[in-house]
Write a protein that binds this ligand. Structure first.
Ligand code: NAD
Length: 445
């Protein structure tokens, strides 16, 4: 099938490459000329696991262009994956999606055959029915569902594993204006994915609300684990991992996203929660769970800051390991580690920062206010307090004997992910999120 993609960002380029790698002819459109030039010259401008290799194998099926009309005239389906930034009230703007629809409309008006416009960007519920459908019908003079199809087909992927998630979904969500469009998109995914997903096929508005609800539910699980972790810290001998492993083994709950730690961040989870609240309020319903989920999340950073203020001398040097919102990415959007770094810097501590990928991203934020260290051992040497904030695999492999030896006076090590909970330290005072004070009781496993 011929497919076109508009918006070749973190999600769009990965999606286009996956479809091309499976033998589809793919037209790739972005309005960023510099970005397109890099792609045409053989570079991979997006930092995502396995993308450069996959792009190299799929490139012969991909054509890059600035011309939006080609998306319609030379393909059967157009996937729109442009930004939908949050507004101050928490809702998403449709500005970029609407702009793309206006750019597609002239070609869609002329096209004789049925064409499917598939919105992948995360949008507010009712956007398709109240904004996109009327806009396209007005600009083309055609009838949606008969002359062309409108689909809402958002992705549930995590940065750092976009390609793996994209090719192995549990569920493919398809909201459609008509049966023909829904079937075409379902068949398209069936020819692409390596897993056997559930195809959740529904109306456009149901799909829009499903997308937001699923992300809100996942963050509720994360916040539950974090609330549990806070309780565990107050109970001698208790370990949150023991408890969440057991809870997660129950199929009513499931093990994923149930790890007590520093909470959630990134470009999707925090804003989807706020958008859900905003949408519920616009329908006359004041949500209670979503604000609490966000508040529990923020409280983890506050709890850590309080611990540091109580235990660490104001003249101390503090080393922070990990700044990205999670391991495997340079992205610091809504990053809990970054928020803590900002709070501690504002308190006047001497701060050293290390992250395997995110240092260039934060250079302008912390220039002059903190020492940015490419080498983790430089960040850690002489530090009086070390905060392990992101669960990068590299941090497990550091020489922790050397780090303990080279640490400053009365060093405190705070481990947000319990990476080092089985090690014995002679100099470090070791504290971890979700671990109760040591007890004499025997652990039987
Ligand atoms: N990144 C994720 O993890 C993720 C996950 C699920 C959903 N989403 C959603 O997908 C959408 C895109 O996210 P992203 O992270 O890929 O964004 P991004 O900012 O990385 O990329 C968007 C791309 O769209 C291009 N673009 C904007 N307007 C355009 C236009 N009129 N014509 C052509 N190109 C245009 C930009 O130049 C950019 O390359 C958002 O709605 C986001 O919420 C993202």
């Amino acid at each position: 099938m011929n497919i076109s993609f508009i918006g070749l960002g973190k999600l769009g380029l990965c999606s286009a490459t996956c479809f091309a790698a499976k033998g589809n002819k793919v037209i790739c459109i972005d309005h960023n000329e510099d970005f397109l030039r890099q792609l045409m010259e053989g570079d991979c401008p997006i930092d995502e696991t396995d993308l450069p290799q996959l792009l190299a194998t799929a490139r012969h099926n991909m054509r890059f262009t600035l011309d939006h009309s080609e998306a319609v005239s030379e393909s059967d389906v157009t996937l729109i994956i442009v930004p939908t930034p949050s507004k101050s009230d928490g809702s998403f703007t449709n500005e970029y999606v609407s702009q793309v629809l206006k750019q597609l409309a002239p070609a869609l008006r002329k096209k004789k055959s049925f064409h499917i416009v598939n919105v992948v960007s995360t949008v507010m519920p009712t956007s398709c029915e109240t904004i996109f459908r009327p806009l396209l019908e007005h600009l083309t003079g055609k009838t949606c569902g008969t002359d062309f199809g409108l689909v809402y087909n958002p992705e549930f992927i995590a940065l750092g594993s976009v390609i793996r998630n994209f090719l192995n979904p549990d569920m493919v969500l398809i909201g459609a204006s008509d049966k023909r469009s829904a079937t075409t998109i379902r068949d398209l995914y069936a020819s692409l994915v390596d897993s056997s997903p559930t195809y959740a096929i529904m109306s456009l508005t149901n799909a829009e609300l499903t997308k937001l609800s699923l992300n809100c539910f996942v963050t509720m699980k994360i916040s539950f684990a974090n609330e549990l972790a806070a309780v565990c810290e107050r109970v001698p001998g208790v370990d949150v991992d023991m408890i969440t492993a057991a809870i997660g083994a129950d199929s009513r709950v499931g093990a994923k996203y149930l790890k007590g730690g520093l909470g959630f961040g990134g470009p999707c989870f925090p804003r989807d929660n706020l958008a859900f609240q905003c949408f519920a309020e616009s329908c006359g319903w004041a949500t209670r769970l979503s604000p609490e989920v966000v508040s529990v999340n923020r409280s983890v950073v506050e709890r850590l800051e309080k611990t540091v203020l109580e235990k660490v001398h104001p003249t101390a040097t503090i080393a922070l390991l990990g700044l990205s919102y999670k391991a495997g990415t340079h992205i610091v959007e809504e990053s809990q580690p970054l928020m803590l770094a900002e709070r501690l810097t504002a308190r006047g501590f001497r701060i050293r920062l290390h992250d395997p990928k995110a240092l260039p991203t934060v250079a302008s934020t912390f220039g002059g206010k903190a020492e940015l260290c490419d080498n983790p051992y430089t960040a850690l040497a002489g530090a009086n307090c070390i905060l392990l904030l992101t669960d990068w695999p590299q941090f497990h492999l550091l020489d922790w004997d050397r780090i303990e030896r080279d640490a400053g006076n009365t060093p405190l090590l705070i481990d947000c992910w319990r990476i080092l909970k089985h090690r014995h330290f002679s100099r470090f005072e070791y504290a971890a999120i979700g671990l109760g004070p040591k007890s004499n009781s025997m652990e039987w496993s």
